[in-house]
Design a protein around this ligand. Structure first.
Ligand code: PAF
Length: 324
């Protein structure tokens, strides 16, 4: 090989390397729970698929365990463009896009099949599009799960057992309005403050899906778990409009496809935790009430539906209830 040829080859290799390095954009994604949790599983599939779908031009840096703050803070940062992505529940999303609060109505969804069909169907997809008008790109719905109550005071079987308990809630006015009808004293608080609040007795209890109760080790600070399933908690992968605006049409599609695959993986992890997590929580010392009197909770919340109908439209609520 002549020296000139060698130099040309080296220069070409260096240029290719420099090209690859310059073309790779690292996006920060944050979420509330650990990398092993449902949010971590969904986010990892999203990140891997997004990297593959864009031939490595985009990749993620993951920030699990609320390392970038509470969900409300992270949504705000994505809106401002100081954070690229978040995989978040809809809990605080209504503070940015009020229409999404309709899916947070207690006892609106019958079961997982009903909730997932709704979010994947025209109603859910319309809601996702509404985010764009508020400076957020909703790539796909993921999932947090049906929420159940835990507390340190007593077993909850009926709504009257729940009455009087000081319960941490998300910063979500629909939840708070609903939970007041059970006689609970709702105390909104960002999730990163919750474990300490439970440990110190600032609140008696909290409510979250099984995957969160497991991942957050709430069995260490809560004795009673009641499978109230009082509200479905959807989640969503949000992207900053600043990043979206820079994507080609093909890359936009790759991001959306990746988010849908992430959502499917997250739902599968929710299923697995629902199937295996209760036995684990019992082993960890929690007293679990599996047969909750759901009717007592539904009866208690029924009058609040008049207000929800005023806020969201009775027809819109009925349309969700009618999804098969
Ligand atoms: O309780 C909450 O705030 C949410 O369910 C959580 C744990 C942040 C996950 O979305």
């Amino acid at each position: 090989m002549t020296t000139t040829f060698k130099t040309t080859l080296i220069t070409a290799a260096l240029c290719a390397l420099a090209g690859t390095a310059a073309a790779q954009t690292v996006l920060k994604i944050g979420y509330a729970t650990s990398k092993e949790s449902h949010y971590g599983v969904g986010s990892t599939v999203f990140c891997d698929e997004m990297e593959k779908g864009t031939q490595g031009r985009y990749k993620c840096q993951q920030f699990p365990a609320s390392a970038l703050g509470g969900e409300r803070e992270q949504i705000e940062a994505v809106q401002l463009g100081t954070q690229d992505l978040t995989n978040t529940s809809t809990g605080p999303l209504g503070n940015f896009v009020p229409e999404t609060r309709i899916v947070d109505i207690p006892f609106l969804f019958r079961d997982y099949a009903h909730a997932r069909h709704t979010m994947d169907g025209p109603i859910g997809q319309d809601l996702l599009k509404k985010l764009q008008g508020k400076g957020l790109i909703g790539l796909a719905w993921t999932e947090n799960g049906f929420r159940h109550m835990t507390n340190s005071k007593r077993a909850i079987m009926t709504a009257s057992d729940a009455s009087g308990l000081k319960l941490r809630t998300m910063e979500n006015k629909v939840h708070m309005e609903g939970y007041k009808t059970f006689g609970l004293l709702p105390t909104p608080m960002p999730f990163p403050e919750l474990f300490t609040a439970l440990q110190q007795g600032t609140v008696d209890g909290q409510e979250n899906p099984i995957p969160v109760i497991l991942a957050s080790k709430f069995s260490q600070v809560q004795k009673h778990l009641s499978l109230t399933g009082h509200v479905y908690s959807p989640a969503v992968i949000l992207l900053s409009p600043a990043v979206w605006a820079k994507l080609s049409e093909a890359d936009k599609k790759a991001f959306v496809d990746a988010a849908q695959k992430g959502g499917a993986a997250q739902r599968k992890k929710v299923n697995d935790d629902e199937a295996n997590g209760i036995a684990q929580l019992k082993k960890d010392g929690m007293q679990v009430i599996e047969k909750v009197d759901g009717e007592s909770f539904r009866k208690a919340v029924a009058p609040a539906y008049a207000n929800f109908a005023k806020e969201f439209g009775a027809d819109k609520i009925a349309a969700i209830q009618a999804v098969k």
